[in-house]
Ligand binder design. Sequence first.
Ligand SMILES: N[C@@H](CCC(=O)N[C@@H](CS)C(=O)NCC(=O)O)C(=O)O
Length: 214
Amino acid sequence: MIKLYNEQMSGNCYKLRLFMALLGIAHERVPVNFHPGREHKQAEFLALNPFGQLPVIDDDGFVLRDAQAILVYLASIHDSMGTWFPADPQRRAQVMLWLTVAEDITRSASAARLHDAFGYDFDAPACRAAAHKLFAHIEDHLGDREAAGEGWLVGATPTLADIACFPYIALAPEGGIALTRYPALRRWIARVKSIPGFIGMPGIFALGIDAEAS
Ligand SMILES: N[C@@H](CCC(=O)N[C@@H](CS)C(=O)NCC(=O)O)C(=O)O
């Protein structure tokens, strides 16, 4: 069974928990004491991921780091219809593009949250400014998608693009990044929350109990 080295408060771990919940992928969670234990910087964990970052999976001895790479791996095995990671070359390339944006969101919005909530030594104002620049772009993109009658980052149904970008956009207010000026983003957050089988995490609540989603 897949082992997920996990921290409940991590948005990058959460995107894997969410995807595995949506696809019904059985897994075991190995808790890593991220804060205050900093176990992700200790030798045992660095042997799994020399970058000292969560998440990591171990699938019967196949060790893989990086949330986006893991999403692609899981979809390649468990999404035989290509719903989440389309086989069509153009769609697939568009999904890949948003997986790289997800990494940019981690470096900006997630870094601001790590600064505010976990005391990481990041330049929080610069991280917030970078996040707003990204969010303004995503807001425009989602507005265009809605105008075309499709509410997802790529195509007419949710894909890995949405799963990868969702957590740290939804958690952005915890890093001092308000979403008030992004109505299309807030509508998209509500759509992600309405995917059957959706699960939340601390700070991301299911529809009906999160006023921010409305
Ligand atoms: N590219 C990596 C980034 C992972 C990442 O930034 N993880 C955070 C937790 S959500 C972390 O471990 N940060 C600790 C650090 O960078 O020192 C991924 O997408 O998995």
